[in-house]
Design a protein around this ligand. Sequence first.
Ligand SMILES: Cc1cc2nc3c(=O)[nH]c(=O)nc-3n(C[C@H](O)[C@H](O)[C@H](O)COP(=O)(O)OP(=O)(O)OC[C@H]3O[C@@H](n4cnc5c(N)ncnc54)[C@H](O)[C@@H]3O)c2cc1C
Length: 507
Amino acid sequence: MKQNDSKTVAIIGAGASGTACFLQLVLKYVLQRPPHPLRILIFEKREHFGEGLAFGTGQEGHLLNTKAGLMGIFPHERMHFVQWMHQSHDRIAQQFPQVSVHPDAYPPRMLFGQYLHEMFSSYCTLAQQEGISVDLIRAEVVDATWTRKNILILETDEGKRHTVDYSILATGNTASNAFGKLRKQANFISSPWPSSRLLHQIADKSARVSIVGSSLTAIDALITLIDNGHRGPISFFSLKGLLPRVQSPTEIPYERKVLTLANVRKSIREKQKPLRFTDLIRMFRSEAESYLEKPIDWLAEEREHRNQLTLLDEDIALATGKQCLLQNILYSLREETYAIWKLLPVDQKLLFLKWMKPYFDINRHAMPVENAIKIQHALRSGQLSIIGNTDDIVWNGHCFVLTTEDGNSSEADFVINASGPTVTVSEMIDQPLLPRMLKKGYIEAHPAGGIKADLESLRVQHSRRKRPSPFYVIGHQLAGLQLDINALWFNVEQADILTDDLLKNLG
Ligand SMILES: Cc1cc2nc3c(=O)[nH]c(=O)nc-3n(C[C@H](O)[C@H](O)[C@H](O)COP(=O)(O)OP(=O)(O)OC[C@H]3O[C@@H](n4cnc5c(N)ncnc54)[C@H](O)[C@@H]3O)c2cc1C
């Protein structure tokens, strides 16, 4: 029940995004002292608050995919995680002796989870000292009701109802909704997380395992198996069969001359036409060619239908040696990607997602060298194979049969679905809250994925509703509008924007 004149804010999901919002909400409340007492309810369906899916995997071999120097949980203080590692040096040296405390390092994600958990706990203490009431509720919010009188009621899976003034949707990564027909098979593992479930289910270390996908999620599943002594054959089974590229241990600054925000805007102004995704490809190519001062054979750069071990060998050599130009260009776009994405009309966003996203992802979400070396060993020893151009999997009563486009079949005792999260709200099978909110017309799907929101405030928007929404949103559910939702630093900066607006409305 609400206290009389207090304002209640719910944060649904205590992963990194929910945590970043919580820290900012408490800090800004302490600084601004609005007239109403503040009550914060934080809902989390997992056991622990603060770490979320990405950083609560429980496997030491699951490394950050982003260098430590970008991982601060406070907006614009990207080095805060590294500073925390320095302060916690003795403890870290005991628990993770191999970890280097360096901005360019890729420490285990579980260490980052500890950092998040610690920040979360210290801000719970601060809130208590400052008279902010914080309730941690270990439950899943499964439904919401927003009445005509503007009352918002959240309902948990335990059937409890909570009345709040505002609610932040920070529900994060969703499960893949692919292979619905196989979901009932006992040996079909619908997600690589939690790792403990994966290991429990695949107790036979010599079993034949096929992992659907070949992205960072699939690599997580592979590393879980290999690090825990799996000896049987493993295959990556995916539509494109492309591995992420390899991150160089130190990022080489690259100054773009052609593909810049200024040039993109100039081109729109001069042509007096909206930006097209082909304009971006042209500028990207021209950027690389002008740097090399010679034309590039772009067909030769294609990675599909090529031997992935040969490509991985080349990538490891590039990452540890003379650097990969195309990757450097994409990494240097980090600060301008969102601004450019906002300039693309919806139809062009859709074209980009269809034709370019897989190639953008393997370059922008590359893997640390340590993981690349593990994969190289697994490929070389023959334990791992990569099968591309297919999603044809059936259960024949004894095992799974996986068939490629050219008719080749292979068998597996277990299939792990690591094909990536869905961004279509109506298909978010593991987050019943969102499809329900969609049906009730509280949220509206964005054609490029996720939902619609005002990007200046992150307040949810619906084209048919005039009343300002009591919902805010951050992270994965903004996939269509923001693209970069897979980067923690980006979500952390969005938490700043969101909480500024929320504090203003708390009055
Ligand atoms: C495997 C993996 C590795 C990654 N590695 C990196 C990395 O190295 N660097 C980087 O910058 N980014 C990384 N990312 C991207 C990462 O997802 C984002 O950076 C960010 O951490 C997302 O946090 P989140 O809180 O939005 O989502 P999540 O981590 O998914 O957290 C959402 C939380 O909400 C809870 N929840 C959901 N629905 C409800 C509900 N209805 N009621 C109650 N609780 C609910 C979930 O249990 C979960 O704890 C990675 C992502 C994945 C999946």
